[in-house]
Design a binder for this molecule. Structure first.
Ligand SMILES: Nc1nc2c(ncn2[C@@H]2O[C@H](COP(=O)(O)OP(=O)(O)OP(=O)(O)O)[C@@H](O)[C@H]2O)c(=O)[nH]1
Ligand SMILES: [Mg+2]
Length: 393
């Protein structure tokens, strides 16, 4: 499907920038337009692929291009004040060619955390196409203010968008790497997973159309109904056949039984990839039982995809999630791998979100305590002054 992507804040901008790169590399055609919004000028200048005219600096009157310094209330305020600047950039894109908006943002900072929900609300008022969010949760080691920001932003963002896709930095932290190097890998993981998913509904001209190819309406239907989504992924390398659709390594022997073996292998490969994708690391770890809707996308060379495998994978997902709404289909691609991407939409049992909210409440209490304490300290200080010192005049 075709998306208008808006990266809000530094993380959001960098990830949308990577999506453009992914689009170039794979020809997936999912990014119909890409915009970056930030209150920090340097962050906008650091982007590689987003066109200059699509980089919108907000809050200049307030923060002079220096960012809001993890103050997400200020982030929300400058977004509200300068929403027309953002709208001007959106006015330049052909929204009639776009299936949905995707607002991408790190939720722990100030600009994206505060601004992304403001933009979502604005877009929902103006456009009829869906507005999705891709929210990145901070690592737990980033500190209380990031957690508090994320918890607040999460609550608002999920209410304003048609669906909130979540990626949790905390579960993807690499040990022994610089933060920047780590982010590069993480961002690659993000664009691969969401790229396959959204790319599924975008089979180009001249590409082979399989029996049960995923349509963008199936992605939209899986996301409709709202809530929080997570994505699972697993892949296996395969050899591209040299032609004719038959696997080259099976030619030469008795044709009939090889075909059977072939089909059985293909089916088994698909079902085990589906299990790995669902039970392995999700973009937002959670219990998959209780998921409201799911979409299974099997991508790979057409000769490695079959209906039986996808049907089995789909059935297994129905049993594991308890959902009656599990869609599935092909995404034929001439890549030397078979991959299963699973979108779990409307997940209900997410320990990370519960913990995030708990920690945020504690942090809020702490902040209130500290504030009260510092007021008392100041009073004491001033009183002491009055007791012991003669006033200057
Ligand atoms: N996955 C990923 N997360 C990032 C990246 N950069 C930052 N983050 C995360 O995003 C959170 C928010 O950081 P930023 O995006 O820099 O914040 P901002 O929206 O620019 O807001 P301010 O800098 O406070 O004005 C951080 O706490 C990190 O968890 C990135 O490149 N990739
Ligand atoms: Mg920043």
């Amino acid at each position: 499907m075709k998306l208008a992507m808006i990266g809000f804040g530094q993380a959001g901008g960098k990830i949308v920038d990577r999506f453009l790169d992914y689009d170039d590399r794979t020809g997936s055609g999912i990014v119909r337009a890409a915009i970056a919004v930030n209150s920090a000028k340097a962050d906008l200048m650091g982007l590689d692929n987003i066109p200059q005219e699509n980089r919108v600096l907000i809050g200049q009157a307030r923060v002079k291009g220096h960012g809001v310094g993890a103050d997400n209330e200020l982030g929300a305020e400058v977004a509200e004040e300068d929403i027309d600047e953002v709208q001007n950039a959106i006015d330049q894109i052909p929204t009639h060619e776009v299936d949905a908006f995707l607002i991408v943002s790190g939720m722990g900072g100030g600009t994206g955390s505060g601004g992304a929900p403001v933009l979502a609300k604005h877009l929902k008022r103006i456009y009829t196409i869906p507005v999705y969010g891709l929210g990145v949760l901070p690592g737990t080691d980033e500190g209380g203010i990031y957690t508090l920001n994320a918890a607040r932003s999460f609550q608002t963002f999920v209410r304003e968008v048609d669906n909130l896709l979540v990626f949790d930095n905390d579960s993807w932290r690499q040990t022994g790497e610089s933060v920047e190097g780590g982010y590069e890998q993480i961002n690659e993981e993000i664009v691969r997973r969401f790229g396959i998913l959204f790319g599924a509904g975008e089979v180009g001209d001249g590409q082979e159309v399989a029996e049960s190819v995923v349509d963008s309406s199936e992605i939209i239907n899986t996301l409709s109904g709202g809530g929080v989504s997570t994505v699972g992924y697993a892949s296996e390398e395969v050899e591209l056949s040299s032609g004719g659709g038959l696997l080259s390594r099976f030619t030469g022997d008795d044709g009939g039984s090889d075909d059977d073996l072939d089909a059985a292998n293909t089916t088994n490969r698909i079902t085990s990839l589906v299990r790995k994708a669902a039970l392995g690391r999700l973009t937002l770890p959670c219990e998959i039982e209780g998921t409201e809707r799911a979409l299974l996308v099997l991508s790979g060379p057409p000769e490695y995809l079959n209906r039986k495998g996808i049907e089995r994978g789909r059935k297994w997902l129905e049993e594991e999630t308890g959902s009656m709404e599990v869609r599935g289909g092909d995404f034929p691609r001439e890549e030397p791998e078979v991959a299963a991407a699973i979108l779990l939409s409307g997940v209900t049992n997410v320990p990370r979100i519960k913990r995030l909210q708990q920690v945020a409440i504690e942090a809020q209490d702490n902040i209130d305590d500290i504030q009260q304490e510092s007021e008392e300290n100041l009073e004491e200080l001033v009183e002491d002054d009055e007791d012991e010192l003669e006033p200057l005049f």
